[in-house]
Design a protein around this ligand. Structure first.
Ligand SMILES: [Ca+2]
Length: 341
């Protein structure tokens, strides 16, 4: 059976951890390697957390490569909010209360990341691969992919497509305008969106639309394996971290979005996504209130070619606005059920 060859780029992270578990369990996916980036927590933690998840899934043979700790540009202005926040992620509170614990509640591991750094490995690995054969799945800031593209643009023809978790159109996000993964490294995402690659954006709108609840967490927990119990723990941790929860009914929290595994699901089950706009999105790089916003290319701005004819903005992504939470949950549940075998 044809497997999707992927490189999973993570900032693990509670939902990255679930994305990893699902990707490792899926028989439809062949993971060439996992690359880590600073984001939800610092790079040393995202890497350690990633290795712990690999051990949980008995997948110690999957190579892990550490990537970029800091974004390309956004922290360079000392008074910029990214510059004040991102280098100081350790002070943000107790692990049990956080949406993203510094240390996942898994045993420490002796597994180590490879010596080679992620952007260099991405270039080296992709150049060995057939054309259009690898899907890149970034579910954190896209610094590693942007650095790889800028290092050697011959990799572009090796990439089949990018299925990213990030961007938003309507749903509230890290700032008044920006979704977290794009907000951390806006320039990196713009490099990817401008690269000509086939990009599917699994947006915050879509992931927020496919939230999971306590009942579903209990169903997963009842499977009883260590992987299922861990995933249930992560869902419940996100449900408890109330300030990041969605799906409130009469003020009561009924659901929590698990953003990153939805992107993995979309790689092998594209039908989980709906309201897909083939359109033009670009990232605001202006360092004002909208810095890091994914801006929809409406036809308000008239662009003319050299002959004066109006031209449409080129389509640069498939933007998924909605997702089916039932398809998403059953995919995850069925994968975890296999851990009983
Ligand atoms: Ca993430």
């Amino acid at each position: 059976m044809h497997k999707e060859r992927i490189i999973l780029d993570v900032d693990t992270g509670s939902d990255d951890a679930v994305a990893l578990v699902c990707a490792l369990l899926s028989e439809d996916i062949d993971i060439l390697g996992v690359t880590t980036v600073g984001g939800n927590v610092e790079l040393k933690n995202t890497t350690d957390n990633t290795l712990r998840v690999l051990e949980l899934c008995n997948s110690c043979d999957i190579p892990v490569y550490m990537g970029a700790e800091l974004p390309l540009v956004s922290t360079l202005v000392p008074w910029g909010i990214q510059g004040m926040t991102l280098p100081h992620r350790e002070i943000l509170g107790d692990d049990k209360e956080r949406v993203h614990p510094h240390h996942l509640p898994l045993p420490p591991t002796t597994l180590k990341a490879n010596e080679q750094r992620a952007p260099l490995w991405i270039v080296e690995k992709l150049l060995q691969m057939p054309d259009r054969s690898v899907t890149i799945v970034p579910v954190g800031p896209q610094t590693n992919l942007a650095l790889a593209i800028r290092s050697d643009d011959r990799i572009l023809k090796k990439i089949k497509r990018v299925v990213m978790m990030g961007g938003s159109h309507d749903v509230y996000a890290s700032t008044q305008a920006a979704e977290f993964n794009v907000w951390v490294d806006p320039e990196a995402v713009e490099i990817v969106l401008s690269s000509g690659l086939d990009v599917t954006m699994v947006s915050l709108d879509a992931t927020s639309n496919a939230y999971l609840n306590y009942e579903q967490a209990a169903q997963i927990r009842a499977i009883g394996t260590k992987q299922a119990v861990f995933v249930a723990d992560m869902i419940e941790q996100r449900l408890r971290a109330s300030d990041n929860n969605l799906g409130k009914t009469k003020g009561k929290i009924v659901g929590a979005a698990l953003h990153d595994p939805l992107a993995v699901c979309a790689v092998v089950h594209p039908e989980v996504l709906s309201e897909i706009w083939d359109t033009s999105f670009h990232v605001d790089l202006g360092r004002g209130y909208a810095y890091g916003e994914t801006v929809l290319g409406r036809n308000y701005t008239v662009i003319r070619d050299k002959q004066g004819h109006q031209v449409d903005l080129p389509i640069n992504c498939h933007y998924a606005k909605k997702a089916d939470s039932k398809v998403f949950f059953h995919w995850m549940y069925d994968l975890l059920l296999k851990t009983k075998e």
